[in-house]
Design a protein around this ligand. Structure first.
Ligand code: ZN
Length: 329
């Protein structure tokens, strides 16, 4: 018996072609655990940020650092795909005649334009191929916002681009380098609030997505210096409609923190309890049928997933039972 069995009304039993209005929204607190750079290192590009109101009540305009939805899901998809690959559950892409030539270059891979369209990743996170076949992502995400302002959570570091001889002096011309570059980074212990809405997923598909979020640790620019990030699921809400936005939640939390919201770093425990309260507040305003997992249920659900992942056989079983649900074209 799984905790999810109590919420069968909000999940589908098998993969459905048509939308069923069954939603599960995960509230994720993302914490930077090292310096994070979300742009190509040395490119001089700044971090992505948006000017928004500080809170729903506090109407000051501040800049917040954002992590794009694409950057977040790309990391989590890779985490899941690694598992699928391990268990031979990524398939060969179909050609125009519907055959699936078993050639190495034809295997389902991200951004290679050869999605197989029948693996858990394609079917949950979506795919599209020119000329036919597409699945809309059933994991709906939004940009994640830093709770605090851009000025509070970022810093700049200059670094010198060294020559072969490990100095700033050009070994050929003997001239001093003028190449001092600057990178903007997000400080360790910066907190981001994020929501992922899972639409019309089965209980096993939900477990797969949850595991991907919990098991992903490296985010940021794809270079030698990906930053470490820890994701904590602080809420899970079943509903028959989409609920509030990520920005609204971030602003509500900021209001609730009051003057403590200006101290860096924030106390993670305090933030977690304010997120839970803000979610309660905001769900009361939604017009629809909603059911939130209690904290005890959430802990139990995460425990179930941890348990599954202690056993490679159980993981294989989970992945296989998901894959079996899809029409194998
Ligand atoms: Zn695929």
């Amino acid at each position: 018996m799984s905790i999810l069995d109590n919420y069968t009304d909000f999940m589908v039993k098998q993969y459905e072609n048509f939308p069923q209005s069954r939603y599960l929204t995960l509230i994720v607190l993302r914490k930077a655990e090292s310096e994070m750079i979300f742009r190509t290192e040395g490119s001089g590009e700044g971090l992505a940020r948006d000017s928004v109101h500080a809170g729903l009540e506090d109407r000051d305009v501040i800049s917040r650092v954002t992590i794009s939805k694409r950057k977040q899901t790309a990391v989590e998809r890779r985490t899941g795909r690694e598992l699928l690959r391990q268990h031979n559950l990524l398939f060969y892409a179909a050609d125009s005649r519907g055959n699936r030539p078993e050639e190495k270059e034809n295997i389902c891979a991200l951004n290679r334009n050869k999605p197989c369209g029948i693996c858990a990743d394609c079917m949950i996170y979506g795919y599209a191929v020119g000329g036919g076949g597409a699945q809309k992502s059933r994991v709906i995400t939004d940009d994640a916002f830093s709770i605090q302002s851009y000025q509070t959570v970022t810093a700049k570091r200059t670094f010198n681009a060294l020559y072969d001889n490990n100095t700033m002096r050009d070994p050929v011309s003997g001239e001093a380098s003028s190449s001092i570059q600057e990178d903007e980074y997000v400080k360790p212990e910066t907190l981001f609030i994020d929501m992922q809405t899972l639409k019309d997923l089965t209980s096993d598909e939900i477990r797969y997505v949850l595991a991907n979020v919990l098991r992903s640790r490296r985010y940021g620019a794809i270079s030698s210096r990906l930053g470490k990030m820890r994701n904590t699921i602080v809420g899970a809400i079943f509903s028959d409609c989409e609920i509030f936005s990520n920005l609204e939640l971030t602003q509500r939390v900021y209001d609730r923190l009051g003057s403590d919201g200006r101290q860096f770093p924030l106390d993670e425990n305090r933030v977690t309890s304010e997120v839970v309260r803000a979610v309660d507040n905001l769900t009361n305003e939604v017009i629809g049928s909603l059911q939130s997992l209690t904290n005890a249920e959430l802990i139990e659900l995460i425990g179930e997933i941890q348990q599954t992942f202690t056993s490679p056989t159980a993981v294989k079983g989970l992945l296989e039972s998901i894959t079996e649900l899809y029409p194998q074209g």
